[in-house]
Design a protein around this ligand. Structure first.
Ligand SMILES: [Zn+2]
Length: 98
């Protein structure tokens, strides 16, 4: 939990999810990925859906802990660790500085 950046499950799912969100997975990308991965484009779509589900689940599970330092989050959304930059402001849901 403390070292979210090094959590491959979360970060790989996040990468795929964000790539989908910015429109990186075009029809051409589906076809090329399908060829490279020996999968039908429909299965590429299913993998993207699974990555998004993993990422959404990760976000839900991690909402009660500071994404920067891993300390518990107080009811007001601020980190309990007073040395953490998020001790006086809320974090956003995408694990970025906010
Ligand atoms: Zn913190």
């Amino acid at each position: 939990m403390k070292d979210l950046w090094n959590n491959d499950n979360v970060q790989f799912a996040r990468l795929i999810s964000e790539a989908e969100a910015i429109g990186l997975f075009t029809r051409k990308a589906y076809e090329e990925l399908g060829r490279e991965m020996d999968l039908k484009p429909d299965n590429i779509s299913k993998l993207i859906d699974r990555a998004q589900a993993v990422f959404e689940d990760s976000k839900k599970r991690l909402t009660h802990y500071c994404k920067r330092c891993g300390s518990p989050i107080k009811k007001n959304g601020h980190c309990k660790d007073l040395t953490c930059p998020y001790s006086d402001r809320k974090q956003n849901a995408t694990f970025t500085e906010g």
